[in-house]
Design a protein around this ligand. Structure first.
Ligand SMILES: Cc1cc2nc3c(=O)[nH]c(=O)nc-3n(C[C@H](O)[C@H](O)[C@H](O)COP(=O)(O)O)c2cc1C
Length: 147
């Protein structure tokens, strides 16, 4: 059975909700999905999985979560050759050009690991609604077809 690790960072729960929805969808498609919180995770943990996923919030006008800085920096030095990745994020369009910037930063960081993008990164506005849930389901489907 293919395995996915979903690493999330959250303050108010939206990104954990995104991670939960994606994990449920992946499980339904026969992918064993495990969730962990970013500050409790080392990027080398991804080496035991086929799919590497990050669900992350953006803070302070384009900043990464402070509790995720070590994870972010160590990710660049982690060899994930042969694996797939994608990044999801809940942010707030109120922040204009800084909307979900952490998603783009993680996307770039994954590029240096050797992992391949499984499906386009997904940006979500605040708490996922029906439309977002549909898009998360599409992400899960695309991921499952790569395996
Ligand atoms: C002080 C502050 C700064 C924020 N800065 C940004 C930002 O630059 N870009 C963005 O997209 N969202 C920004 N947000 C919104 C959060 O990313 C958004 O509420 C997100 O859904 C929180 O995720 P969480 O519920 O998983 O903690 C900010 C929120 C706060 C409180």
């Amino acid at each position: 059975m293919a395995k996915a690790l979903i690493v999330y960072a959250t303050i108010t729960g939206n990104n954990q909700m995104v991670a939960d929805i994606l994990a449920d969808q992946l499980d339904e498609l026969g992918v064993d999905a495990v969730e962990t919180e970013m500050s409790q995770t080392d990027p080398s943990d991804f080496q035991d999985y086929d799919i590497c996923i990050v669900c992350v919030y953006t803070y302070d006008e384009g900043a990464l979560p402070e509790e995720g800085m070590d994870f972010f920096e160590d990710l660049a030095d982690t060899d994930l050759t042969g694996k797939y990745y994608t990044v999801l994020g809940s942010g707030d369009t109120y922040y204009g050009k800084f909307y979900n910037v952490a998603v783009d930063k993680f996307d770039k960081q994954f590029a240096s690991t050797g992992a391949k993008l499984a499906t386009d990164c997904l940006k979500i506005e605040l708490e996922p609604d029906e439309y977002d849930i549909m898009n998360i389901a599409k992400v899960a489907k695309e991921i499952s077809t790569k395996l």
